[in-house]
Design a protein around this ligand. Structure first.
Ligand SMILES: Nc1ncnc2c1ncn2[C@@H]1O[C@H](COP(=O)(O)OP(=O)(O)OP(=O)(O)O)[C@@H](O)[C@H]1O
Ligand SMILES: [Mg+2]
Length: 208
């Protein structure tokens, strides 16, 4: 089985940038590696995603949303992640179940334990071998994405409040699963964060 690594953090924390770098370097070094993100390009997960994100679906219940995310994750796992792990590849996945724990479980208030349960059902207990949580002030993350062309408006503030809850959720989850989740300080320069992440992943690969 390959090593299953997931990357988590609020928007703008640097997940995609760091995964891309690690994927490129590992590929150059000759490691078999797969880079993926939900819905992972498979048809069923894409269709479920369409339902979740459809702006017409205003009446969507939070539990329905959590179940749909879990269902979409299930199909991505079965079609993409599990076969890659079985082929011995290192899988680098941009967000996975901890996103549901932080967003639906904590920020939406469904409860981290409840959302964890339905996700364990969805993944048949398959969990990442290691999860890199990039911890950043959500305002900093939003600033990186929005950049500084205009003043912060009411909507940005609401988003920031929601994302503050998401971050608090991530910190609770990291406390709950200290053996799986590694917290990385996302406020540092990218090069520093990258070398820290590289150390974490290569240490796990060496230990196999
Ligand atoms: N440590 C850092 N310091 C400064 N800028 C950074 C850092 N990490 C990422 N950035 C920049 O912030 C922006 C957002 O990064 P990135 O897209 O990787 O975040 P993300 O976590 O994937 O966000 P999303 O959840 O929205 O996909 C990019 O322009 C990236 O270059
Ligand atoms: Mg991204």
């Amino acid at each position: 089985m390959g090593l299953f690594v997931t990357f988590e953090g609020v928007e703008g924390s640097g997940k995609t940038t760091l995964i891309n770098r690690l994927y490129d370097e590992m590929t150059q070094l000759g490691y078999p590696v797969l880079k993926t993100r939900e819905p992972g390009g498979n048809k069923i997960s894409e269709q479920i995603r369409g339902i979740i994100l459809d702006v017409e679906n205003k009446e969507m219940d939070y539990r329905t949303e959590a179940l749909l995310y879990a269902a979409s994750r299930r199909q991505h796992l079965v079609e993409v992640i599990r076969p890659a792990l079985a082929a011995g590849k290192t899988v680098l996945c941009d967000r996975f179940l901890d996103s549901s724990l932080a967003y639906q479980g904590h920020a939406r208030g469904l409860g981290i334990d409840k959302v964890y349960e339905i996700n364990l059902y969805a993944t048949e207990g398959i969990l990442p071998d290691v999860t890199v949580y990039i911890d950043v002030d959500p305002m900093e993350g939003l600033n990186r994405i929005n950049n500084a062309h205009r003043a912060v408006d009411r909507l940005d503030l609401e988003t920031a409040a929601f994302h503050a809850k998401v971050r608090a959720g991530y910190l609770l989850i990291a406390e709950k699963f200290p053996e799986r989740i590694r917290i990385v300080d996302g406020n540092k320069p990218l090069a520093d964060i990258y070398s820290e992440i590289k150390k974490i992943v290569f240490a796990r690969l060496a230990g196999r």
